[in-house]
Design a protein around this ligand. Sequence first.
Ligand code: PLP
Length: 371
Amino acid sequence: MNVYLDHNATTPIRPEAAEAVVRAMQMGGNPSAVHESGRAARRVVEEAREAVAALVGADPAGVIFTSGGTEANALALKGLRRPRILASAIEHSSILKQTYVEHVPVDTTGVVDLLALDEMLKTRGEPALVALMLANNETGVIQPVFAAAELAHNHGAVLHCDAVQAAGRLEIDIRGLRATALTLSAHKIGGPAGVGALVLADPAEPLDPQLLGGAQEMRRRAGTENLAGIAGFGAAARVVKAVLAEEAKRLDELRQKLEGYIATRMADAVIFGEDAKRLPNTICVAVPGHEARTLVMALDLAGIAISAGAACSSGRIAPSHVLGAMGAGQMAASAIRISLGWNTTEADIDMFMSAFGRTVARLGFKPASAA
Ligand code: PLP
């Protein structure tokens, strides 16, 4: 039995993307070369650029391919020429660790505090950049990006939106959000890891490149393009755009089934961000008295992959800054994240529920219905 419910960490590659990767690898070619092989590679890159742009309602000329979400976030924060950075306290570490950032608090449901943001923007006249993600990777809580962007613009600031987890799960329109720049990562939408994009709403937006060298990516990101990665990213973006509405509805139904099970069988379980709008695929839940680490390991032995909180990198589980910012206190140590994706089936959810119930009961918790 193998059930993969850790799609927010990475989602399995979609068949169309895998095929595009293989095709591009076999094809080869340097998109900067002027001969036929180079021109063919250039066509692959430009078709992918169009598909990625279409996923977020952008002009293809505003898409800058990078090595992933982390690099795109770094490019935005360092390249958009704003000396002051205000970031929500629940941003991904690739935002919070880039440079000095002032943290904008969130409420207990995990939604950014817009009044606090407004106050912070009022305090100093220095040109500012507001970094606010569209949806959080740990809780799935959706952020009021449009409202935050309006506030930012009222104070002469710009807004950068990390849409890595929202892409493929929510409809995104960069101009509708009023974001100046937006980050995407291929491996969260069914493309390969190691490729992403920074998308600019205005292709002419001044941006200082962070990698210097060749003139690739319209002089905004040097380095020979990752042809296979970009081809896979484009293919994934094309599929995601076509299936998004249907897939989101299906995952939302599965998530509701799972949340219904938790509510009836584990009366004291807490779902983080339950009262906020959330992604259709993410549940972050704590069962009091059960350490996340133990649950993750026990479920792994049962053939089920989930994660603890999310602050898991290099195999290490660190306390979650997201749940900390939400005031979760001790409960954060019990938080597990179950994230669904394009190939999750109802049978997967049934197997998870039965293994979860058995594991929690075996480790000492009495389900409400058995009391
Ligand atoms: N932003 C968010 C919200 C993420 O969840 C992640 C990855 O987990 C990243 C950025 C980083 O993306 P990448 O893995 O492509 O560097």
